[in-house]
Structure formats: C-alpha cells, structure tokens
Design a protein around this ligand. Sequence first.
Ligand code: MG
Length: 382
Amino acid sequence: MTFSAVIVAAGSGSRAGPGQAKQWRLVAGKPVLRWSVEAFLAAGATAIVIVTTEDGENALSEVLAGLPSWRTARGGATRALSVQSGLAALADRPQDEPVLVHDAARPFVSGATVAGVLEALEGADAALPALPVADTLKRAEPGQNPTTTSREHLWRAQTPQAARRKTLLDAYAAWSGAEPTDDAQVVEAAGGRVAIAPGDPLLLKLTYPEDFAMAERLAGAARITRVGQGFDAHRWGPGEEVWLCGVAIKHDETLIGHSDADAGLHALTDAILGAIGEGDIGDHFPPTDDTWKGAASDLFLKHAADLVTAKGGSIVNVDVTLICERPKIKPHRLAMRERLAEILSLPLDRVSVKATTTEKMGFTGRGEGLAASAIVAVETPV
Ligand code: MG
C-alpha cells in the first residue's frame, strides 16, 4: 500500500531545555528529524512533508542531505494548523491515500509500527500506535494525599497516526473544540472509527532534557546491520590497461566485458545490492541494454550506494578481494581504496582492498581471467 507522511517539526520545544529545538538536536550524531525521515523512507513512503518554520526550512538541505522524496510546508500557530498545512502540501497525491502524521520528537519509528498502523487503517477511519499503561496511576493535587486511579482500558497514544488524507482534512475542517493534541481525536470527534495498532516503547517522545540521554542509549536498537556479498569474474583479452576498483592500471592484457569489466566494482556493487535486498547488478543495468556498453562502472556503484541512502541507510564498511596472478595489485591498493572511498563518501579506514593469487590453480591461476569478491556492512532503520 502506498502512503505519504507529514512530520510536524514546527515547535520550539522549550521543555527540552535551552538551545536548539529538539527536532534539530543530535541523537547518536544524527539530527532527531533525520531519524524519522530515514525511517519513513525505509518503510516505503512516497512523499514526506516536513512542516517547519522559515528557519527550519533553511536548515533542511543540510539536515536531510542526500535523502529523496521530501518537501516542506510552513508551520502554523498551533499543531492542528501545522498538520493541515502539511496535508495541503500533498495535494498532488490521491486524496484517499493514507497519510501518516508524525511528531518529529519521536525519532525511532520502526517498519513494524508503520505496517501496523496501515493495516489497522484498513478497517477504520484513523489508526494510531498505542501502548497499554503498565504503571499504577496516582492522582494528586498539590499538598494532598495521592489517590489511586484505575489504569484499566487506558492507553498511551503515540505517532505516527494514520488516516486517509481527505478523511483527515474533512475532520479538521469540522473540528471546533480546544486545541487537539493528536490527529486520531479529530477523526474520533467527527464520528470516525479509530483503531489501535501495536505501539512501541522505542517510540518515546523527546520532551525533557533527560530524554536525550535515554535516546542515545536506545539509538542502537533502532537500526539494524545487514551484510551483503558479491562475486564477479571477467576473462583476460588483448589490451593495454585494466580497470580495477575504479583505477586504470597499465597492463599487457585487459578484462573483456560489456562495460569496463571492472570486476572489483561489480562485486562490490552486487554486495551492496545484496545487503539491501535489491537484486543484482544485471537487474539494474542489463547487459542487453546498449546504454551500458563500455560504461565506467563507477556509476553502477554510485547507483547502489544511492539506493542505500534512499532506504534511509548508510554503508558501514566495504572489503574487496581481487583474485589474480597478474597484475600486481599492491602498488595500486591505496589508489583503489581512495577511489572507492570517494565514490561511496566513506572515510578511508572503512574501505579495504585486498589481493590474493590462487597459487596457479584454477582459471585465475592459469591466467584465463580475474575474479573479485566483496563484502559490505550496511546499516538501515529496523
Ligand atoms: Mg562483471
């Protein structure tokens, strides 16, 4: 099911302490807002609206650098007005498309939560993730004895909350009460059916200064590490230079292939595609397509890296092994690592290139061809 998202990031968040508003502060080195945007991209959002202030809009190109599919809308004086502004910015999307409205202060959105609210929406007019209240509840006026209140049937409402865009716009248009604190209650007041989907303790709302210390500890649980491996081989043929890991090496033969036959880059591209479940290099760049005849393989690798970014992920490290008797790889290893680091925008110590012979055994040993294998670790939202 396609869906879009509206992330409300217009507040000043004064309860979170002095300094930057909480959506701009860093958790595990990444702005709070970016966590949510990456999570919605990973979950398959078609469009994401960031509702923010003029200053916020100016910061977004840096905060969301490299991420696709987002647009902005100007925040209003209240959360309700900001949400409506965000919905209006989705006018090009189908009016019955589900929209997930989310508070930027909840950085750790999981794919399971998104799937849960979308599934719950199928039988309802709005759906929200919520957790049953586990603590005993007390009510206390200042200076008075606390009284114990039943927690039965009580839920803690979280975001993202889902509704079809027209349902939500109509419900907001009909709203006449005090400022609502979430979107489900607006649909509820309009007579809509609201469904509860499983909430997630990780969806904590960053409100007070101490919440950020908790978020730092939880950040690791909100991402998963995936590995991918790739293998490629090309045959030697007449030529004067060979491309390996994006570097041209003078040699008395060349590798034969449809593109530049850079087996190192091909193996690495396949490893990245494997890590994110995106098929293989032939799916993305068919050898039957003349567009890629003689192509520099840098662009295959860049494409795979861009797909990782589009999923809200990042490459942790890569390790390539070239298997051949000749040419000698060692004199070119640093140049290869530097080139891969440049293409992938990674620090040099996260890029490894190794080489081995096969002791004159097999096709690489006999000098018929060169092989390459690669492994990569990628981090994505859960
Ligand atoms: Mg190849």
